[in-house]
Design a binder for this molecule. Structure first.
Ligand SMILES: [Zn+2]
Length: 404
């Protein structure tokens, strides 16, 4: 493990890992549920140790990890494939396009990475219960990882979460509390719960190690490209924590002298869940009042990591854009039809965004290395794509009836 300190991303104060759990004690006092998080902490690693010890022939990823290996849950998380997708790339005018298929994590989404590290931290702290609010994926990730580690998962979830995700949580043995309301209501309730009744809160960005866990997706992209930084990574954005995590990977690499630049981050939001996009455009934060989208995993009124996501976009020289539900579902079909990768609507939003970028004046050149981060598996929600396709009717089992 790398010795690290927490640094407040707002005021810059430093804390030891034993002094704080969630937000900066100074800045966090101005946070209240219903606004983007204030005083989010980031882990500052010992760059010198990484620089002197990291060996590309035999990489020790523990150098980038904030929790000792002895506390890690047994479930194998991450190390998902980075697939080169030439057929899709040639349609988009890109000779070097990849998809990082994070739907192949054990619970079917990238969120396993964050749950893994927070459950490890709970074991280190001796906490028996981990609490989260989620639109579904973070909850099913927590349920799976907690089950493997023998830790209790308590989950607040909006009652409209897709059934496949609810089934995952309940089957894994989590305590599931469906909440009448939005994800934001569930988020607020989970904060009140841990403040008054205890347990470790895994809420995204609220617990700083969620960002560190998601960072591993970026580290893997770097390693899988032969220790090279891609020109751009396209990420769908809800709360802005995956975006922040991927950015942190390359910030850590640059601080340690292992990378000389940051990839441009392209953040893609659903049209009606676009708070971070508008924040990047105008510099003024405002909620997405009616975040209705079929891409449930990126549907959010008030993104918890809005400030961090905006900083990541600007620092990386990237951009944000929005896509419609129709564009998202079309991209989902195109991704599966060209690459064999089945991504849930929220994950396919990234491709929808790239399609839009490539049709406009700011398109990437053919030689640029572009990675689409596919954050969740398509089997998570099979209802959404059913609006676009029809399942053929059954025939009699006679050859004459087969009309193809
Ligand atoms: Zn602070």
């Amino acid at each position: 493990m790398n010795a690290f300190t927490y640094r407040c991303t707002d005021c810059g104060r430093r804390y030891s890992r034993e002094e704080v759990r969630y937000l900066c004690p100074e800045c966090g006092t101005s946070y209240r549920p219903g606004i983007p998080l204030v005083g989010v902490l980031e882990a500052v690693l010992d760059d010198g140790a990484i620089r002197s010890s990291f060996d590309r022939q035999n990489p020790d990823w523990q150098l980038f990890c904030a929790v000792e290996r002895e506390f890690h849950p047994p479930l194998a998380v991450g190390n998902t494939p980075l697939a080169r997708v030439d057929r899709l790339g040639s349609e988009l005018g890109l000779d070097r396009l990849w998809v990082k298929n994070d739907g192949l994590n054990p619970s079917g989404s990238l969120k396993d990475r964050a749950s893994f590290l927070v459950v490890a931290e709970a074991r280190r702290l001796g906490e028996k219960r981990v609490v989260a609010a989620s639109t579904g994926n973070a909850a099913s990730a927590l349920a799976a990882v907690a089950a493997s580690a023998g830790v209790e998962a308590l989950i607040f979830v909006p009652e409209k979460a897709p059934r496949a995700k609810l089934v995952q949580m309940v089957l894994a043995g989590a305590t599931v509390v469906p909440v009448r309301g939005t994800y934001d209501d569930a988020f607020r309730l989970s904060l009140e719960y841990t403040a008054q009744r205890g347990g470790l809160n895994r809420n995204t960005a609220y617990h700083p190690l969620t960002i560190e866990g998601k960072k591993t997706a970026g580290l893997e992209i770097w390693a899988q490209l032969g220790y090279e930084v891609p020109d751009a990574i396209v990420v769908s954005v809800g709360d802005g924590v995956i975006l922040g995590g991927v950015h942190k990977a390359f910030v850590d690499l640059r601080r340690a002298g292992l990378a000389d630049r940051l990839p441009r981050l392209v953040g893609v939001q659903a049209e009606k869940s676009d708070a971070i996009h508008r924040y990047v455009q105008t510099g003024r934060y405002e909620d997405a009042a009616e975040p209705s989208t079929r891409a449930d995993s990126i549907s959010v009124v008030c993104p918890s990591n809005a400030h961090g996501a905006r900083r990541a976009i600007l620092e990386s020289g990237g951009a944000t854009l929005t896509v419609s539900d129709a564009e998202i579902l079309e991209a989902q079909e195109r991704l599966l039809g060209r690459t064999g990768i089945f991504a849930e609507p929220a994950a396919a939003a990234a491709l929808a965004g790239l399609v839009k970028v490539q049709a406009g004046p700011g398109r990437f050149g053919a030689e640029e290395k572009v990675v689409i981060l596919a954050t969740g598996h398509g089997l998570k929600d099979v209802e959404a794509p059913l609006s676009r396709i029809s399942i053929p009717p059954a025939i009699e089992p006679r050859l004459e009836a087969v009309r193809v």
